[in-house]
Design a protein around this ligand. Sequence first.
Ligand code: FES
Length: 104
Amino acid sequence: MSQFLQAATKSDLKDGEKMLAEVDERLVILFQVGDDYFCIDDVCTHDGGTLSDGEHEGFEIACPRHGAKFDIRCGKALCMPATQGTVAHEVKVDGDSILVKINE
Ligand code: FES
């Protein structure tokens, strides 16, 4: 059963930034937008590109390989060439810790 695990601390991120993290042997990207945190897999569903190398603005990240965009809040694919969403994970903050629950 999946549980919340520490992925980072609040001091690791600033508003508008993202970072790569490993949670339960899975590479994920953490984002901070305002006071909110989001987490998605570091995988583009088009052809496996590493989304953490892509540009992100607001609630969108673009794959650096062929330009597919994803909503960082839910993982939804927003444009071609990706047609399937990437996996989004639940995030919560406990004190200074950013915790992630891996969504299988
Ligand atoms: S691998 Fe991401 S758009 Fe092609």
